[in-house]
Design a protein around this ligand. Sequence first.
Ligand code: ABN
Length: 172
Amino acid sequence: MRSIDRVFEQSSRSLAQRTSRRSVLAALGRVLTGAALLPLLPIDRSSRAAASEAAASALDNPQSCEYWKYCAIDGFLCSCCGGSSHSCPPGTAPSPITWIGTCHNPADARDYIVSYNDCCGKTSCGNCECNRNEHEKPMYRLSRNNDVNWCMANADSNYHCSVSVILGVAEP
Ligand code: ABN
């Protein structure tokens, strides 16, 4: 017999002499019981709850790009520039021509028609850039593209920031 076979045979025999069938069954039982109890141990799920709370509050925060009304906005949020989500900061004027979008409000499960006016008359605000552009088409469909300075028709065509004004409920 080759020496490696002999080593294995001797160690198996000595293990068998030292171990009873009952002790093997007892050890196996302990392992199986531990495995069955493992799913019952408490698990910390607080981080997942905190993440979903943060996502919900972003949908409700006018200074967050995730705010539900901003679904088709492209620009700096006026709510971070001295104005609000729907009113221009002092010293600027809203553009008469705008981009129109439809956003879903999760709070009441309705769709709203939203006008995205640019606020004009001061240089770029630079705060809270937000580029969501839901349903926007690429530049080659110019009439369906939102990457436009809507201040172009204002006396002072300097772009400062963008607001989001609800025009009404979108009928299904
Ligand atoms: N509608 C915001 C904007 C302004 C200038 C250039 C691109 C987009």
